[in-house]
Write a protein that binds this ligand. Sequence first.
Ligand code: B12
Ligand code: SF4
Length: 246
Amino acid sequence: MISRAHRTGVRTVVGGPAASSRPDEFADADHVFVGEAEGRLDALVAALEAGQGPHLLSPAGDAKPDLSTARVPRFDLLDRARYTSMSVQVSRGCPFQCEFCDIIELYGRNPRVKSPDQVLHELDALHRLGWRGSIFVVDDNFIGNRREAAKLLPEIARWQDAHHHPFELYTEASVDLAALPVLVESMVTAGFTHGLPGNRDPLRRIAQGDAQAAEPQAAPAGIGHAADPRRAGGVRGLHRRVRQRR
Ligand code: B12
Ligand code: SF4
């Protein structure tokens, strides 16, 4: 894509998780934007306007943007008829460190969250555009900050009631959610119909002989009991040592 763009004389900017993890893979692009965009787009715009500027735009240090600066996405620009699901993001980052997952490198170990008002504005925007049905809450781990999730859920439930339940929500959450029945019920009330349990690293601990680590494997059934388990998925990883033993 980069060389096709260059053949037509178009400048290229690459950003997002792939570019953030491996900026070296995009050496041909004019600009490689590493990390999150909130509060940092001015530097990119200046480089584009000047027609030159740094090839690599990296954030200073490890600081990650406060999500209160995140704007409502321009859902209106999407050809929504081509989507089965819209995406709304509530938080970024995860406090765990499953061996296969690079989330903490990309988005940090301290989950940063949007305020309930910000999230409801995103639901409003999608509702105004006529979207109905499925919304993927594209968090790395929706319960990375349980307290904030617990605060947000009743607000979403009230919003759904006031709008005659237009949205079915689903998300990814670490498997310890199964030990939090009040939170699971609150998710169901807010309109979550299914979820993708993340690993939280039990397989590595099982490989190390930790029998208790196997317990979370049963957890999706516990979640499914509260939320209709017609659809399910999972995020699973194998520690290198487990593979070698096969
Ligand atoms: C939702 C999701 C999906 C959904 C996408 C649904 C959809 N219609 O969009 C589905 C389930 C399809 C999916 C599939 C896959 N996914 Co996925 N997915 C996600 C998830 C959870 C959220 C993505 C999202 O919407 N983020 C919200 C936006 C706002 O965040 P963002 O993309 O980071 O954007 C910010 C910055 O990066 C930057 N930015 C982004 N793009 C650009 C572009 C420019 C020009 C600039 C300047 C800035 C910029 O600005 C934004 C605001 O700060 C992410 C994890 C995450 N936290 O992002 C994983 C993630 C992106 N997925 C990942 C992977 C590996 C995959 C798969 C390859 C899995 C597989 N093996 O099949 C496939 C690939 C699909 C494909 N064809 O590309 C990895 C990528 C790892 C990496 N380092 O590159 C991630 C990071 C999760 C992880 N750590 O494992 N995914
Ligand atoms: S719980 Fe999910 S997001 Fe967090 S480190 Fe594990 S796989 Fe990654």
